[in-house]
Design a protein around this ligand. Structure first.
Ligand SMILES: Nc1ncnc2c1ncn2[C@@H]1O[C@H](COP(=O)(O)OP(=O)(O)OP(=O)(O)O)[C@@H](O)[C@H]1O
Ligand SMILES: [Mg+2]
Length: 245
């Protein structure tokens, strides 16, 4: 469905060019859930932003259903069915949560908006009228961001670290919703950018991105055993020997 061909992205600072995404080739197919992982600074978020047209690619091509969309802008890509839940969601002061969901999916009935809010753990009575610029917590912002993308019914939905800042009870529910919506869906696919060792084994395929390149790519049963121990070691290192989930 979405195919990346020799995709690269570089930045230019003080006359120097730095390659952030380097010659990426991959395809996301309908009905599958993809997990993208890798060390901090590896280029995962940058890749998502280049796919969405938020950042301009430097070379290569992006094809959606065999149509070259490399030169389309962010709005056109959103209209073509690409959606992205930001790692750090922006705050839209002056808009309520209800406004935001209705912008994402104008066809939703009030009842459906409420149901979708409950799905992501937001009680409509408390949140429907809340202003997006007000003091929403990081975890609340993440849930709203995920809610918007789920409401959109995109062809390809990219969730950038959906677990970050979200409590353990809600994470499992959110991931279950994402898996049930996209796994074996003949119309759509989803990408979960994550460091979570419980989420990655739920994906059909796993990609590891390191230093802007794909280090591993393939079916979960092939890739997960290669990286499982590294992820557990990283978690232990950052937590002084204690394992967290
Ligand atoms: N505009 C820019 N100028 C310079 N460096 C940049 C720019 N944008 C991104 N980078 C660098 O590109 C690298 C990749 O960043 P990116 O945010 O894509 O990593 P990531 O894999 O998503 O990391 P994390 O797991 O921490 O979210 C980082 O080293 C970052 O500092
Ligand atoms: Mg990132």
């Amino acid at each position: 469905m979405l195919r990346l061909e020799n995709l690269s992205f570089s930045v230019h600072n003080n006359g120097e060019s730095k390659l952030i995404i380097s010659d990426i080739n991959l395809e996301f197919k309908r009905g599958k859930l993809y997990g993208i992982t890798g060390p901090n600074g590896g280029g995962k978020t940058t890749l998502a932003k280049v796919i969405m047209g938020i950042l301009p690619h430097s070379s290569g091509h992006i094809y959606l259903d065999d149509k070259d969309i490399s030169l389309t802008n962010i709005t056109e890509r959103a209209n073509l069915g690409l959606a992205y839940a930001f790692q750090h969601p922006p705050r839209f002061k002056g808009l309520t949560i209800e406004d935001l969901v209705k912008i994402a999916q104008p066809k939703l009935s009030n009842l459906s908006v409420r149901k979708k809010m409950r799905d992501v753990g937001l009680c409509p009575e408390d949140y429907l009228e809340r202003d997006m610029g007000s003091a929403l917590s990081g975890g609340e912002m993440k849930r709203i961001e995920i809610l918007q993308v789920l409401a959109r019914n995109a062809k390809l939905a990219i969730f950038d670290e959906p677990e970050a800042g979200v409590d353990l009870w809600t994470i499992q529910r959110l991931v279950d919703i994402i898996v049930s919506k996209y796994h074996n869906n003949p119309e759509a696919a989803a990408v979960l950018i994550t460091h979570n060792r419980n989420i990655l084994p739920m994906c059909d395929e796993i990609l590891v991105i390191e230093e802007g390149r794909i280090k591993h790519q393939g079916q979960r049963d092939l890739v997960w055993p290669l990286i499982r121990d590294d992820i557990i070691c990283q978690v232990q290192d950052t937590c002084g020997g204690e394992e967290i989930i």
